[in-house]
Design a protein around this ligand. Structure first.
Ligand SMILES: [Mg+2]
Ligand SMILES: [Zn+2]
Length: 201
């Protein structure tokens, strides 16, 4: 009985949990519309950060605005090639992404999936049976933080990509990240601590 209890407890600690990652400027270097594999460069310690989440059995889900598609800058095939390469490189370092969701729309299309809107998060919640208010979002833009708060998740601003300049804009913004991290690796260490604090259980 005691064993069963502890097993169940362990399961509830990890079930329905995910960390959503922005892609450009958070996982890989921001290059102003990443169009091809040759410009794909992982930010330092990204694989290490994702590995920590994998080891803790937390889902890792990338949510990325890719308006370059509907702007005609690159195709869905180009995007697929980039994502396959991204997963391959991470795998080489023992890190695994559970899913990638992208929004192809131009901002003028006023879709429901472009961050800060919640479309991609809702879809992932359905696909993975997530409780979004127990999830975390790490990104380099205030739109990522707004998206997090739109679904009652915890939002972490990383100071890679546009993160530093976005931090400067915080004074005028009506939004505050739950934490500001130097990079994804530091963000993940904070997330694990935050989960252990149990505040989010
Ligand atoms: Mg970004
Ligand atoms: Zn969209």
């Amino acid at each position: 009985m005691g064993l069963l209890k502890s097993v169940n407890k362990k399961m509830t600690l990890t079930k329905c949990r995910a960390v959503f990652l922005d892609r450009d400027g958070t996982v890989n270097l921001e290059v102003d519309y990443l169009k091809s594999i040759k410009d794909l460069k992982l930010i330092k310690n990204t694989a290490k950060a994702i590995r920590i989440l994998n080891r803790n059995r937390i889902k890792v889900i990338v949510v990325t605005n890719q308006s370059g598609i509907n702007r005609g800058l690159f195709s869905i095939n180009d995007l697929d090639a980039i994502h396959n390469e991204l997963k391959k490189r991470l795998r080489r370092h023992g890190a695994y992404i559970d899913a990638i969701y992208h929004c192809p729309h131009h901002p003028d299309e006023k879709c429901s999936c472009r961050k800060p809107n919640n479309g991609m998060f809702k879809l992932a919640a359905r696909d993975f049976d997530l409780k979004l208010n127990k999830c975390y979002v790490a990104g380099d833009k205030l739109a990522d933080i707004k998206a997090a708060h739109n679904v009652s998740a915890t939002g972490i601003l990383v100071r890679t990509g546009y993160g530093k300049s976005e931090q400067d804009d915080l004074k005028e913004a009506d939004i505050m990240p739950d934490y500001i991290a130097e990079d994804l690796y530091e963000a993940v260490k904070w997330i694990i601590k935050d989960m252990k604090r149990g505040k989010n259980d």
